[in-house]
Design a protein around this ligand. Structure first.
Ligand code: SF4
Length: 499
């Protein structure tokens, strides 16, 4: 099919911006293109035949950055006839036809609800030598039913829902990704099993608000049941999820986490603010007491749980007193890590036009104080683990200094980043293998384990990594509803599933 002039397959490159949802969407984009006959361009290839931008509308200046990148590609395209540029993701959903007006050398613009159309749109644009813009207002096909080229041999993302029924005033997700659509449990579990059959050990269930999962089919306990069902999948060693929402968090989820052996004792629960007034202005309908109550119950059921969060500083109208309340909650919650964001206006969100926007230096000063407080706590929490044995799932790309330090890196069951010395096993441990080792040093954002590992288990994921095989899930629908099903994944920073 899609072949370049010399008869060789056309090459593609996907450039991803934004949250984890986008990263997973990009796996689908790659899977679709490869199913259509494209091959991934080599890293160093400066002239792929197709460049796809999977954009994010959440970050500040996201549009300037996109148009800057598109501008850089223009001369490349001029020199490389037949090259095509496609723009998808949240910014495409938001700006639509404006993109081809501002950058007429773009060939395809596709929205968050119609990732599946990309190969056809590319073909049509080539055939008609004209730009194709297709933005759907609602989901066409649930994206997880699309073929997916997975980036990791040992860990996979599985969407359980897309869209969001909340209306947080800082978040663009509801307007770009639509109402929550839940995927059927049987469909989700089949995808998890397919991944495990390929050797994947860890699965992260993904939704903007996993705690409201089931709202579409009338079962408010569906998420806890889903976690328990994951516990029955043989070979699945770690189950994680992101993001929960304090408003919808129910006790049965805590019980399911505590009682299902393969569900990790880690919880990433966005706080956003510790001030009830600010939470009200954000239209987040829990209060700090409820948030801390959930944490207390989680700790009672799982004393080893690592709790992480997202916090926005400098929301319009935030006073010094409000900010102090955030610090109080941070101190009480004892997070093991926090993603902190300075509030910045996101066009199209209600908060962007609110009174009380704060001067940059006020936000900066609070932000620095927040980071100092967070680090003091995460460091103290990490120090408690010195001398403890941790199980590490060896990762790729988690340790930027590994080459220099001679260490390997991976995540402990509670999600903490561990850099470890392979000792006498150097050269034998592969990404995807499991290592037990003892923590010898703690930093605010990671642990080190510099003694001889206590054990090393070779896994099928490690075999796949060694052989250079990436898991692929075919994108078959296992007898479950396709019509109007959920589509793309929501996004953003300061929103949910941001990381
Ligand atoms: S922040 Fe999260 S819960 Fe709030 S509207 Fe955005 S996606 Fe939904």
């Amino acid at each position: 099919m899609t072949t370049a002039a010399a008869g060789s397959p056309r090459t593609y490159q996907v450039r991803t911006y934004g949250c984890q949802m986008n990263v997973h969407d990009s796996e689908r984009i790659s899977g679709l293109l490869e199913q259509a006959g494209y091959v991934r361009a080599a890293e160093a290839d400066e002239q792929p035949d197709v460049v796809v931008f999977n954009t994010c509308a959440v970050r500040e200046n996201a549009d300037n950055r996109l148009y800057g990148n598109l501008g850089h590609l223009r001369p490349v395209k001029d020199k490389h006839p037949g090259m095509q540029i496609a723009v998808g993701g949240c910014l495409a959903q938001k700006d639509r036809g404006d993109i081809v007006r501002k950058a007429p050398w773009v060939d395809v613009v596709f929205g968050t609800h119609n990732i599946g159309s990309l190969p056809v749109l590319l073909e049509r644009a080539r055939h008609n030598t004209a730009a194709e813009v297709e933005i759907l207002e609602s989901l066409d096909v649930f994206p997880s039913t699309l073929p997916t080229r997975r980036e990791s041999t040992y860990a996979g993302w599985v969407s359980i829902s897309v869209g969001c029924n909340n209306t947080c005033t800082f978040c663009i997700v509801p307007s770009l990704r639509g109402k929550e659509k839940d995927r059927r449990p049987g469909d989700i579990l089949s995808e998890v099993r397919a991944l495990v059959d390929e050797g994947v050990l860890e699965v992260t269930l993904l939704g903007q608000n996993v705690n409201s999962y089931g709202v579409e089919f009338g079962d408010r306990y569906a998420f806890g049941k889903l976690l328990r069902a994951c516990g029955d999948i043989e070979g699945l060693e770690r189950v994680r999820f992101t993001s929960p929402h304090p408003k919808d968090f129910t006790d049965d989820v805590i019980a399911a986490m505590a009682e299902t052996p393969n569900v990790c004792h880690s919880l990433h629960m966005p706080l956003q603010s510790g001030s009830d007034e600010v939470l009200r202005a954000m239209r987040r309908s829990y209060r700090s007491e409820k948030y801390l109550g959930i944490i207390e119950k989680v700790r009672a059921a799982m004393p080893d749980a690592a709790i992480t969060t997202d916090i926005i500083v400098g929301f319009p109208g935030e006073t010094d007193a409000d900010f102090e309340k955030t610090l109080d909650v941070v101190r009480e919650a004892r997070f093991s890590s926090a993603f902190t964001f300075q509030y910045s206006k996101r066009p199209g969100t209600p908060a962007a036009t609110m009174d009380g926007q704060l001067p940059k230096q006020v936000v900066q000063e609070r932000y620095e104080r927040l980071i100092a407080t967070v680090e003091e706590i995460t460091w103290a929490e990490n120090r408690k683990l010195v001398g403890e044995t941790v199980e590490v799932l060896v990762a790729v790309g988690e340790g930027r200094k590994d080459e220099r330090t001679g260490r390997l890196s991976g995540r402990a069951r509670d999600g903490r980043l561990v850099h470890f010395d392979a000792g006498s096993l150097a050269g034998q441990i592969r990404p995807g293998d499991i290592v037990h080792t003892t923590v010898t040093y703690a930093a605010p954002h990671h642990l080190n384990a510099d003694g001889e590992p206590l054990s090393h288990r070779r896994t099928r994921a490690g075999d796949a990594a060694e052989a250079g095989r990436a898991p692929r899930t075919p994108g078959v629908l296992l007898g479950l509803p396709t019509i109007g099903a959920p589509a793309a994944v929501p996004a953003p920073t300061g929103g949910c599933a941001a990381r």
